[in-house]
Design a protein around this ligand. Structure first.
Ligand code: CP
Length: 307
């Protein structure tokens, strides 16, 4: 079984192969290719086990599975035995026993630390684990950058905001450094962390002038148990009209979504041509098709590269 749990485990050649395969699906979609052509590549049953809310990740995995012709099972916390106290391990063992081929898991805890891949004869895909990892978000972000710049190597990416609570920041920092990019971080003191190796801390306004990519992070109020809200956050650490004017005309703006409008990002930023947030969402389907396919192929790259 081939699982995708952490970008720290992904080798450069696997990331490159996923980027190529996802780009292939993006181009087929643009060309209006009949999706039924892709349904014979792989087969299997997929379940989204989402213990935390999601719009983009949940729906794009469902759409990716549909486009590949995979069977999908419904699961919601509200209607499942989680309501009766079932643990994430027990939910996983149950869907494994039912014959599921891939479990796509989002949980408020660092769930991979609670289980071992060897416990299951199905693949696991991490769709978000606490503050630690969101590998398919980093993969689709990399695809968005590569589409714009034609490369990842040598790019400077500045990740800004609630870094402390961000699985997106951690997954992106590891993946981008594997691919030869430079990762910078900018945050108010309250949202800094020391557990992102290789990334350098910079001052937001200075970084704007030279960065290729500004990746704004959602301020994750729901995880702020002991931190008070920062007054006038947008003035200090948000992207707004003043900072748009400082940003290079060739730079791009990313945000994993959902956005806190007027907080880390203002409405005029969302209308700027450098803002690629909806392109990120579109790329999520193609990248997740590539991810599901790779898992069902047991991680065997050569079967996919020729497509
Ligand atoms: N980027 C992201 O994970 O968004 P959702 O929470 O809507 O899935």
């Amino acid at each position: 079984m081939f699982s995708i749990i952490s970008t720290k485990e992904l080798k450069a050649h696997t990331i490159e192969m996923l980027l190529r395969r996802a780009q292939f699906y993006v181009e087929q979609e643009k060309a209006g290719t009949d999706q039924s052509l892709f349904t014979h590549n792989v087969e299997g049953t997929v379940v989204n086990l989402f213990f935390e809310p999601s719009t983009r990740t949940n729906l794009s995995f469902q759409m990716a599975a549909n486009r590949l012709g995979l069977r999908t099972l419904d699961f919601t916390v509200e209607t499942s035995s989680v309501r009766k106290g079932e643990s994430v391990i027990d939910s996983l063992q149950t869907v494994n026993a039912l014959g599921v081929d891939i479990a796509i898991v989002r949980h408020q805890l660092d769930w991979p630390a609670l289980v071992s891949k060897e416990m299951f004869n199905m693949a696991l895909v991490n769709a978000g684990s606490g503050t630690q990892e969101h590998p398919t978000q980093a993969l689709l972000d990399a695809l968005t950058m590569q589409q714009h710049f034609g490369r990842l190597r040598g790019l400077t990416i500045t990740i800004v905001g609630d870094v402390l609570h961000s699985r997106v920041a951690r997954s992106n920092a590891a993946l981008l450094q594997t691919m030869g990019a430079k990762v910078q971080l900018a945050a108010p003191e309250e949202y800094k962390t020391s557990d992102i190796p290789g990334a350098v801390w910079v001052e937001f306004d200075q970084a704007l002038v030279e960065t290729d990519v500004i990746m704004m992070l959602r301020v994750q109020h729901e995880r702020h148990k002991t931190i008070s809200a920062i007054a006038n956050y947008n003035d200090y650490y948000g992207l707004n009209q003043r900072r748009l004017e400082m940003l290079s005309k060739d730079a791009i703006i990313l945000h994993p979504g959902p956005v806190n409008r007027g907080f880390e990002i203002t409405d005029e930023v969302l209308l700027d041509s450098r803002c690629k947030i909806l392109q990120q969402v579109r790329n999520g389907v193609a990248m997740r098709m590539a991810v599901l396919e790779l898992c069902l192929q047991g991680g065997k790259h050569e079967k996919l590269v020729s497509a």
